[in-house]
Design a protein around this ligand. Sequence first.
Ligand code: ARG
Length: 456
Amino acid sequence: MNKSSLEIEKVIKLSEEKLTNDNDKATQSLEKTSNEEIKLSLSKLKSLGNSSKRQLLDKALKFLGEIYSEPTSPHYNPYILSRRINECIDLIERIGTYRHTLIEMQYGAQLAWKNSARCIGRNYWRQLDAFDYRHLESEEEIFIAIRNHLNHATNSGKLRSSVTFFAPSDELGNWQFRIWNEQIIRYAGYRGKNDHILGDSKNVIFTEAAIQLGWKPPTEKTAFDILPIIIQKKGQFPKLFELNKQEVLEVNLEHPEFTWFKDLNLKWHAVPMLSCLGIEIGGINYTAAPFNGWYLGTEIGARNLSDKDRYNLLPIIAEKMGLNQKYESTLWRDKALVELNIAVLYSFEKAGVRIVDHHTASNNFVHYEEKEKELGHKVTGEWSWLVPPLSGSVCPIFHRDYEVLDGHNSEFFVQEDLAHNFLKLSSEIIHKLDPSYLKVNNNASGKTCPFSGAII
Ligand code: ARG
């Protein structure tokens, strides 16, 4: 018997034991049914051999075990476990897939968050609102649901972590819907002369793909033009949608001391809402499942606005501060970086938009880690991503060791970049361009978000 069969038998056995050990008279008949059903299921299960159905079942049962039979799970319930085991075995045997309840999807996404080794904000993993929109069939309806999610998440600045589920991949593993955007709100990047880029260079490829699909950028282009949302249904041409300016909360940046700072006309959007990652829960792949948290200040100040291949603002800020940029040893970059990060935190706080600084986030994470250890749980972690990109060594995470653990029942996964693929195809075939045309995206890719671990 292989390892996963053993795991399944363990889950089932556990469920049987839990049922038998419960002496509550009122539940005895239920116990009996459940036990008998489980035995029947077990025999059906064995007849599945080692097929793809069996593999899905392995994952499904491990996940159901985690949600309903782990004593620390808020959904611990052996009765539900036995019923769900039976339902899943039956469905997978008949149609090759199974369906989660909303609670299962929500807990699955919470676990995926808990399992993201690169995320520093995991102490909040239980706080994730979930919306079930699996029944939606059109791109238009999906756009409305995304809008609703954004509105719920924004909550006038009191950001709420949320996830929206659209139809998952089918029994053959084919996706039903994909959202091409890396995040629901992102700023366009326009390639100009001499490799100059206006806006976010990270989004140049997406911007060009959107334009080829019919997006009309504003006549007066700026460095902060909100990109359209591109939604694709299986087998269909992608469709474009635009959010209204009023529904996207943005924060204009100012500095508590430098009055000139606000004249730089910088801003950032309030809600980081990732839409490119998939979520695998108990063997089911949700390929369109946007989710959001809130910003860690350094994501904006020490990466988005300061990375050389993003907005590259440090030389400009240093100049305004009158710093000597001739020698690295003046630490002009560091001084400018700190002031930029102060401006981000100050402006978000002043605007009443939820954000967290890297010291608080690090302290909270270490506290969470300690509490998990007390419960006998191991915490997965990737040091180089957990350490904030500013003042690393003064944050406690820097001084600790982390290990990436695998074998989770729920996790986020990276998906193909459809905008990139589309542009590659159209630039090579239709416009006969050199593939190096796409290089700008390659430069910016390979980076992952220090807060969620997402590839950005
Ligand atoms: N790093 C990304 C960005 O700067 C956001 C990724 C998700 N971050 C989060 N705090 N949930 O836009």
